[in-house]
Each structure stands twice: as C-alpha cells, then as structure tokens.
Design a protein around this ligand. Structure first.
Ligand code: PDD
Length: 281
C-alpha cells in the first residue's frame, strides 16, 4: 500500500509524521472519509465542501489548492488499485514546538491521504443480517459539527458497543433524544412510513450520506422529517438504520438487546440503498 504524506508518496509501512505534529499532540486536525464505488468517488464535492468548512471553523489553512488535493486523492487511489473502497484524508495544523496557542501564520498544515479496498462481502452480510447497537450518553464536546480527529469519546463508545456484542453506539442527549452514532447518522421509519432524522443543527455531524439520502428519498417520493425523536420512539419504530460514507445504509435490528420491529432488515433501508448510487455523484 502507498500513502501520500506531505508532498510524497511513500510505502504505507514507512509513512510517518513528526512527533510534534499538532494532530498527534492536540488532535488539532480534521478528516474526511469518502467512498469509492466502481472507480468513482462518491459525493466528492460535498466531502470537500465539508472539509473546507471544518478547516475554516478551526482556522486551519488548506494544505494545497482544492484542485491539487483532488489530483492527490485520485493518484493515491490509482496507486492502491482501489475500485471499491474508500480514501481517508487528514489535515492538521502542522508541526510546531508544543504550545497550546496556534503556531505562527505560515506554518504549513500537514496532509495525509490513504486509500484501501473494502471487502464487499462484509458489507453485504451486514445489509442482509442487520447490525446491533447500544445507546450511550453523549460525552463529546459541543462542536461535533466539525469533523475533527478528536475521536476518543467515539472510540470509547464503539469499544463499549463491541464489548456488548454490538457494532454501533448511538448517542442520546440529556432529554433522552437520539443524536447520532459514534461514526454514523441515525434514521427511523415512523408508523406513517416517513423517514425521520435529527436536525443537523443540533449537536450532530451533518453527514454527507445523510444529505444525499435526502435527494434519494425525494426521488423515491418518500417524505423526510427532520425532527427530534426519543429512544422510546426509536425502539418502537418500523425500521432503524444508520448511514455513513463507509457503510451507506446499514439496518439496525437490535438496540440494547431489544429487537427492533420483527428483527429483520426493513424494506425502506433496502430501497434507499438500491437507489443510492443512482443519485450520488
Ligand atoms: N464517520 N456522524 C459521525 C459522528 C461520523 O463520524 C460520521 C462519519 C457520520 C456520517 O457522515 P458521512 O455520511 O459524511 O460519512 C455521522 C466516518 C465515516 C468515520 O469516522 O470513519
């Protein structure tokens, strides 16, 4: 495997960043994960727009022009022979002697791009069987709208899920309302057949898959309602599923050990998944 690190393509096993990189010391950086399907990057424009937003919210400089970054992404995919898989990119505030305040203007940001193929059979199995989730209290900072690499709470939540025999942890707010997964957005199908998801302005990441799914639903004549919904409503929903660039749309068939609906993936998530790649660009 080959990785791109600050201007050079290097063997993945030799790819390194400096010990005083602010990403390493302060989690002072942002990232994107983007799906590649049949050699096409899915939703690249939206991912780069969100990268731009994350960078500007944190006042981190672009590491290169947007056009140059697109070339680097494509070259990294090519060198890794990725047709179906994903790329990961990370930009940090760069290397500087450890000091909490920002380094002087002009300190170059660091950029890393990696790419890998994904095992389509694993994804197919999750779609066929559905996944299990647990609920957890949200203990993250209040800027989760920024796709920051500070993911320790998310890592701990996923670990907690794993130890409970589940694959995702679903964050719940102080009022018992559902937020999002540790690395996914959460959706339910209500008893009128509408798709319901939490408004993106309220303490969640605005997922790119979430945004594209709204286009998909419009095409399928499915109504989407952005509103708060409680854990109780989720447990009684007709369907629950999660979305992310890495998984598109996985049905959730059990939460906290309780079966959702009849315990099998629902028809809505399947319909959405099948239509997704016709709409995403
Ligand atoms: N996670 N919410 C959180 C907290 C996320 O970390 C992610 C993505 C999403 C879904 O966003 P999108 O549809 O743009 O992938 C929602 C990535 C995949 C990750 O951390 O690996």
């Amino acid at each position: 495997r080959i990785a791109y690190v600050n201007g050079r393509y290097v063997k993945h096993s030799d790819a390194m960043v400096h010990i005083e990189d602010r990403g390493y010391q302060f989690a002072d950086g942002v990232y994107e994960v983007c799906e590649v399907r049949h050699g096409v990057i899915v939703d690249l424009t939206r991912h780069l727009d969100r990268l731009n937003r994350s960078l500007s919210e944190l006042r981190i400089a672009w590491p290169m022009t947007r056009q140059a970054l697109v070339l680097v992404i494509r070259e990294t995919l090519r060198r890794n022979h990725v047709r179906n898989g994903l790329f990961y990119l990370q930009v940090t505030r760069g290397v500087a002697r450890r000091d909490h305040v920002f380094p002087p203007d002009g300190t170059p940001s660091s950029i890393v791009v990696t790419a890998k193929s994904t095992d389509q059979s694993v994804i197919a199995r999750k779609n066929a069987d559905g996944i299990k989730a647990v609920t957890v209290r949200d203990n993250r900072w209040d800027r989760v709208d920024i796709k920051s690499v500070g993911l320790l709470p998310n890592a701990m939540a996923r670990q907690q899920a794993k130890e409970a025999g589940a694959q995702e942890a679903i964050y719940i707010d102080h009022n018992g309302m559902v937020k999002e997964g540790a690395a996914t957005n959460v959706w339910i199908v209500d008893h009128d057949g509408n798709l319901v998801t939490r408004p993106a302005e309220h303490g969640i990441l605005r997922g790119i898959t979430r945004t594209t799914l709204m286009d998909v639903a419009a095409k399928l004549d499915v109504t989407i309602i952005e509103r708060f919904f409680s854990v109780e409503e989720m447990m009684k929903a007709r369907e629950v599923f999660i979305t992310a660039a890495t998984s598109i749309c996985f049905p959730v068939v059990s939460i906290d050990g309780e079966t959702i609906a009849n315990g099998h993936p629902g028809s809505m998530s399947q319909k959405i998944r099948e239509a997704f790649f016709d709409v995403a660009e």
